[in-house]
Design a protein around this ligand. Structure first.
Ligand SMILES: CC(C)(COP(=O)(O)OP(=O)(O)OC[C@H]1O[C@@H](n2cnc3c(N)ncnc32)[C@H](O)[C@@H]1OP(=O)(O)O)[C@@H](O)C(=O)NCCC(=O)NCCS
Length: 323
């Protein structure tokens, strides 16, 4: 006789219940970088990358410190008590060491008692992957609510003599609480990867500095990501005209503008958070989304297209409803 195991089932739909974000207090302008000896100029950075300023953590401010700030705000916004959170996920690729993971420590700091806890590392697309792991856990009855945080501290991994990378990357965190819903607020993710290009974005094994083949990533993102975004809209059962906001990974303003042109979303406000936040890798999407919801640029219930892409090269697109 075949042994059958019991399965668990949760609610039939999930959504984002609340968002939060955190940017470190230190604002680093392009002129500050020049003052620190980087051979660059404000105009080049603004024209080629779109960044005017970015936030860098204090020397003693950690990934988990930033995750705690964003996570506690998302919990407060969601109205979900810590006693009702059964799983904590952290999307990050900048922890100082491979173990321990950030998630158990974050949960303890927030007073979430003994949840499942793990980190997700998919570089800049990590938040969308973690969001879907969270939703799956709720839908299968393995968690009532999930705290998802993306936090990065890239300032610790920069080669300040490499002007094509040290001007781009930054620190920050964004968070979402995922829980049950009467109607679906999380469309199906469209995800994938091109592992043949695995070494185009990486932390160098010897130097421990961030390295990337900038033009390879630029061509891949602008050439390959628009069909992923359109597929995510279709799988959510919507048309491009239904999308109220487009929040892509904030890698480079020129990539964002090129994608917005190709995807053609006639009614969507486009996230350009990179101008004042820089590229915070996995954190860019929830950071931008949370700031836009907080400022009223994105209304509650509005369909938002998320598009993560980067190291791997991995990507994930998804339509969500704003909380
Ligand atoms: C990184 C990126 C901005 C570099 O732009 P680029 O046009 O490819 O620049 P290149 O590296 O070819 O350099 C072009 C010139 O600008 C110069 N340059 C590079 N960085 C500079 C800087 N910060 N300031 C001034 N000049 C700079 C180079 O030295 C080079 O000069 P040269 O022509 O005299 O040799 C661009 O490739 C990019 O945005 N790629 C996407 C990658 C990305 O966003 N990754 C994030 C991870 S998902």
């Amino acid at each position: 006789m075949t042994t059958r195991l019991a399965t668990s089932a949760g609610p039939h739909a999930t959504r984002i219940l609340g968002l939060g974000h955190y940017r470190p207090a230190n604002v680093i302008t392009n002129h500050d970088l020049i003052a620190r000896g980087v051979e660059t100029d404000d105009e080049w950075i603004k024209t080629r990358v779109g960044i005017a300023e970015r936030h860098w953590a204090d020397p003693d401010e950690t990934v988990v410190d930033m995750a705690e700030q964003a996570g506690s705000k998302a919990l407060a916004a969601s109205g979900v008590s810590t006693a009702d959170v059964d799983l904590v996920l952290v999307a990050t690729c900048t922890m100082p060491t491979p173990v321990p993971a950030a998630a158990p420590n974050l949960a303890a700091r927030l007073g979430i008692d003994a949840p499942g806890a793990f980190d997700v590392n998919s570089g800049c697309s990590g938040f969308v992957y973690a969001l879907n792991a969270a939703s799956a856990a709720v839908l299968t009855g393995q968690a009532r609510n999930v705290l998802v945080v993306a936090a990065e501290r890239f300032s610790g991994w920069l080669d300040m003599t490499d002007r094509s990378t040290c001007i781009i990357l930054a620190d920050g965190a964004g968070a979402a609480v995922v829980g049950p819903s009467d109607a679906s607020g999380l469309g199906p993710a469209v995800w994938g990867s091109d592992g043949a290009q695995f070494d185009s974005v990486a932390i160098d094994e010897d130097s421990h500095f961030f390295r990337q083949e900038g033009q390879t990533v630029y061509r891949w993102a602008t050439g390959q990501m628009a069909p992923v975004a359109l597929a995510a809209i279709e799988r959510a059962g919507l048309q491009p005209a239904d999308i109220a906001a487009f929040v892509p990974h904030q890698a480079n303003l020129r990539i964002i503008e090129a994608l917005a042109r190709r995807i053609e979303l006639p009614n969507a406000v486009v996230a350009r958070d990179i101008v004042t936040s820089g590229n915070t890798s996995a954190a860019t999407i929830p950071l931008a989304l949370s700031r836009m919801v907080e400022s009223g640029e994105i209304a509650s219930g509005a369909p938002v297209l998320l598009l993560g892409f980067g190291s791997g090269l991995a990507y994930a697109g998804q339509v969500v409803l704003a909380p």
